[in-house]
Design a protein around this ligand. Structure first.
Ligand code: GDP
Length: 446
């Protein structure tokens, strides 16, 4: 779902993600594309306008944290705003009011929107997940085939349907369903009202009368998610006449433009409770704003993305060092920053384990009890070297070693071990440097 929208936004944010710094002009450019993308996805103009305004305001004044790129920051703002727009104050979309049995659920919508299918899917869900005894009744007196369809689905999912009595009108069937639900000890009874190809007075009057008889706990509008703006208009109409408690968007498995989901909440103020994801009886999911927002952006989990930014930063540092190593440069300063990194990243083992060819050394390090304390002593040793000695460890002869060890309050043996480690690492670095650089980075990233 949302293929075209996600691709579109994906392109915009790819560019932003790569940008080093984000100017006001960048935000503007990105927002122009967001606006176009939303309109093309059939999000209504006022909703799009509000959305872009909100994101622009937040993005321009945003405090860009050090660990993420400004582009990622904007992506996150867009993401958060999408969720806000998709969910509003609807923390538990998949929850239905089905207390005080028998609880009536009224299913309304236009013909072909998926109302009957969704009625059965929901009944199955209530039975399987909530352990409810459910009774379904079709009120579509104009179309005997629709009544039979519900009966067939009921048998398929093991949910009872109200026996069909030809000639009864919708209100009479609703009353009979209520009676049957009470007598039969059902927890929930679902009324699948008749649909029409378009909204007309007769349909609305009939649904109104059924509503008044049943006093439903939930009135769910089932609309085809592929119809975009029309779905929102349908929802507005049904809500103003009947009063709906929530929306089920069907055909969200298709690659429609998906703008309906975005506008629905903003325009109608009614929550999307479920989405239909196929023709099968278990192809119904509660509405996940997070998932939909992520999909719209086409960038997966944004929170994970922002976390990833930190790693990227470290990777860039590593890359810079690799460039030095490639040239065969690995002096005491390099060793010191390696040791500091190790402390930061959870000790010798963690870091070396990540570096190609150093797994064995990591094990030795562990065996030798190389913990933080040791790393700090080594850093102290390097600290008591002169600038010249750090740049060129070959200068370190016996007298200099004594001075350095004494300066750090440690003995020469320990300094010798440090020097030996430096030599080993320098050798390893040299070998690494000869390897194809991109191949190496691939290994490190993998
Ligand atoms: P009604 O006239 O509103 O009762 O619509 P139906 O329940 O008869 O559904 C019409 C068609 O849409 C049927 O072929 C369903 O299988 C199909 N359908 C319903 N919901 C979904 C959905 O979420 N995804 C897909 N792909 N098809 C659906």
């Amino acid at each position: 779902m949302f293929e075209s929208l996600s691709e579109r936004l994906g392109g915009v944010f790819d560019r932003l993600t790569k940008a080093g710094a984000l100017s006001e002009e960048d935000v503007k450019t990105a927002m122009r594309e967001v606006r176009t993308a939303l309109l093309e996805a059939d999000v209504s103009l006022p909703v799009t306008r509000d959305f872009v305004k909100a994101v622009t305001r937040k993005a321009t004044g945003a405090n860009v944290t050090k660990s993420v790129t400004p582009g990622q920051q904007v992506v996150k703002i867009v993401h958060d705003e999408l969720i806000e727009m998709l969910s509003g104050d609807n923390p538990n979309p998949g929850e239905l009011k089905v207390d005080s049995p028998p609880a009536p659920i009224l299913m309304v919508g236009l013909q072909g929107g998926g109302k009957t299918t969704t009625t059965a899917k929901l009944a199955k869900r209530l039975k399987d997940r909530n352990g409810k005894r459910v009774l379904m009744a079709s009120l579509d007196t104009n179309r005997p085939a629709a009544m039979e369809q519900l009966e067939i689905l009921g048998r398929q999912i093991g949910v009872d349907t109200l026996p069909i009595i030809p000639g009864q009108d919708a209100v009479a069937i609703a009353k009979r369903a209520k009676q049957q639900a009470e007598l039969g000890g059902y927890d929930v009874y679902m009324l699948d009202t008749a649909g029409r190809l378009s909204i007309d007075e007769e349909l609305m009057t009939q649904v109104e009368r059924v509503r008044d008889v049943a006093t439903p706990r939930e009135t769910l509008l089932v609309v085809d998610g592929l119809t975009g703006q029309d779905a929102v208009t349908t929802a507005e109409n049904f809500d103003s006449r009947i009063g709906i408690s929530g929306v089920v968007l069907t055909r969200m498995d298709g690659d429609g433009r998906g703008g309906a989901a975005l506008s629905m909440r903003a325009v109608t103020g009614k929550p999307i409770k479920f989405v239909g994801l196929g023709e099968k009886m278990d192809a119904l999911d509660e509405f996940h704003p997070q998932r939909v927002a992520g999909r719209i952006l086409g960038m997966g989990d944004i929170v994970a993305l922002v976390e990833k930014a930190q790693e990227t930063l470290e990777l860039e540092q590593a890359e810079r060092m690799m460039k030095r190593f490639q040239k065969g440069q690995f002096n005491m300063n390099d060793l010191r920053s390696q040791l500091e990194q190790m402390i930061k990243m959870g000790g010798m083992q963690g870091v070396m384990g990540m570096m190609p060819g150093m797994g064995k050394m990591a094990k030795q390090a562990e065996a030798a009890g190389m913990d933080d304390k040791l790393l700090r002593r080594q850093i102290a040793l390097i600290g008591s070297m002169t600038k010249k000695e750090r740049a060129n460890p070959a200068l370190l002869q016996a007298s200099r070693k004594k001075r350095i060890a004494a300066g750090a309050g440690l003995d020469v043996q320990e300094l010798n071990r440090l020097l030996k480690m430096h030599r080993q690492m320098a050798d390893a670095m040299k070998k690494l440097g000869k390897m194809n650089k991109s191949g190496l980075m691939r290994q490190m990233k993998g």
